[in-house]
Write a protein that binds this ligand. Sequence first.
Ligand SMILES: [Zn+2]
Length: 236
Amino acid sequence: MKLNKKLVLMSVAVFGYLLVFGVAAWQGTNRIQKPVTPNKDVCSEQTTVCVVSSIPKEDKLKDSKNYKEESVASRKGIKKTYTYNVVSKGNINASLADFKVKANQTLNSALGWGEIASFQEVAGAGNFTLVLSEAKYLPSYSTGCSASWSCRADRYVIINQDRWLGATSAWNSAGGGLRDYQHMVVNHEVGHWLGFGHSSCGGSGQRAPVMQQQSINLQGCKFNPWPHASEVSQLK
Ligand SMILES: [Zn+2]
């Protein structure tokens, strides 16, 4: 009996120890992974929700940069770090491995949000979930999401496979390349998750703000895959 009592007491002590330190560890993890800014609405590309009145200043400096550059060397200093996981939805013909590599290049490029933010892909649930989705499943994330476009719904940033593989008629008829479209759509939809609404073309011939709905209509602007400096600076 005495031995059993000792065993019970020891078990209670071990359980208590695990409970206290388990909760502390969980809180620590939770603190690190807590999203910093995301708004909770749906940023659909078929409606005018998320419209903001400010038009970011065109960034002349970046015009001279090579859009192909995916180096992280010219980062200004990381001020924010986000984690994300990648999943697919439905019947995917595109390479998910290729999607993962390219999305990570875009997000961590010094030309975009990556100039001051770091995006780390993780296996478990990250701050947000990046989805490569068969087009018809877009509305399953929100009634505000359309099978025609990509979307952001709560923690999900959903890239429409049809757009990933073929861009849009507006983009293609303006002579935009597919890789640039892929940069743009990832920057734009993650931009929504970061808390940005929609923006408008600042003037004919200017480079479009990345938060303009370039997939639908360039409004006289030139296509542009990357956020303007004035857009990136709002992340600070
Ligand atoms: Zn949008």
